[in-house]
Design a binder for this molecule. Sequence first.
Ligand SMILES: Nc1ncnc2c1ncn2[C@@H]1O[C@H](COP(=O)(O)OP(=O)(O)OP(=O)(O)O)[C@@H](O)[C@H]1O
Ligand SMILES: [Mg+2]
Length: 508
Amino acid sequence: MSDDIILDVQNVTKQFPGITALSDVSIQFKRGEIHGLCGENGAGKSTLMKILAGVYPYGTYDGTVLYEGQELKLINSSIQQARAQGIAIVYQELTLVPDMTVGENVFLGKEKTENGVINWSKTYSETQKILNHYKLDVNPRDVVKHLGVGKMQMVEIAKALSESAKILILDEPTSALTEAEIDKLMEILRSLKEKGITCIYISHKLEEFFRITDSITVLRDGKTVTTQPTRDLSLEKLVKYMVGREMKERFPPRMRKPDGLLFEVQNLKAVDPEEPSKKILNGVSFDLRKGEILGIAGLMGSGRTELVTTIFGEYGRITDGKISLEGKEIKIGSAKEALQYGISLVPEDRKKQGLVLMQTILNNLSLPNLHNFSTTWRINKNQELKSCMQQVKNLSIKISNIENKVDSLSGGNQQKVVIGKWLMTVPKVLIMDDPTRGVDVGAKYEIYKLMNELAEKGVSIIMISSELEEVLGMSDRVMVMHEGQSNGTLDISEATQEKIMALATGIA
Ligand SMILES: Nc1ncnc2c1ncn2[C@@H]1O[C@H](COP(=O)(O)OP(=O)(O)OP(=O)(O)O)[C@@H](O)[C@H]1O
Ligand SMILES: [Mg+2]
């Protein structure tokens, strides 16, 4: 084995009941390279990374992993052990403790103690050092739950880097980040590379591979399809390796004709209900036609999620402005009332709001749709199963049994369940907060198709998205938010990435 191979994965196979997550996978990772790992939802990416990080310990998989020439033998789900050996992982799902400060989180499990007592000033000064070193703009004393998702992600990275890592694994680090934050992350990765750290990088935003990686491995159905230097690949080739066929278009054609005013928000102002001095919306106005898809763009913190959760009756206390549906003013006091008006929300954070992880896939899909399957007395089980299986098929959700628990699915497949269940309802207004986050290219297309079909049926859709391409590919109009206000609405015929960014940053 040559010296510059730091990690050599040889013929690794990993089984779960009823499913082979990895089948005879071999990949070589070079010292100091940024190695991209891509593949469809359920391809096995996270599973392989969990083996490297010791989550699935030695003996629970077949095959061999050589790390610096020696067989890697991590035992007892010992993530700590992997860390101590220099393999650090930032998981796909955030793992910070929300009620603790940034510093407490960074040193969780390896507290700075002196004579058995935690040295807080040292904890915070060390945290500050790490944050400074990687130019992360976060205060060590901030409580994590008050940070946005983007900053949380930065803290996760700081936490992983707080030990001298030789290999840093990032499992979809940018799925919740905005453009500016992604730029910053790329900068951090480049500086790590200069220090000789190897980075394994997973993402569904395929463009990123071409910005940052040196080589790319594609997995499909648990098998390695290819490993190639990034310069030999193109986006088209990569997609073809991933999905196994040519994919010409990223967005389905638009056939709908939005018509007639359906929903209107006028000068909406709101404050944080727990902290009424904190303004979250400073005057948002927009309207929505029947059968229209309205994209909402904006930077993180611009108030996009706050806007939709406030409309949905879940978050902000409205201090001014008005919401009307079909020409009548409505007051929405809770999510339940919103649903009664025919307004649904696909939430941003699937773990917190979208899924009941301990329930089966079937139950999760049918939960908001039970009335469709019930007669006066009982639920028509056959009908329920049939509709849900159809949805699994529509979105190609990768499952082995629909009665399995949702938390056995890969991240992207969980997201498809969240979306699938709301796409089965036929609301008047469907609000989707970053619907395709973590979803692979092929499945994104299927979701877009279902969105278009709903819009053609007359459902009006509000779609928040951080991906400008998606906003441009799917919307009829784009509203851009800036500092809690609507800073302008563009018709799709005049919208460009530059114009949206100008409005989002407040330049325009
Ligand atoms: N704990 C588990 N129990 C049962 N099956 C599992 C478990 N973890 C993963 N799987 C299955 O293994 C396969 C690979 O999942 P994995 O999470 O590695 O996919 P992934 O490539 O990371 O996908 P994504 O892009 O959606 O994150 C999937 O079919 C998944 O359902
Ligand atoms: Mg994954």
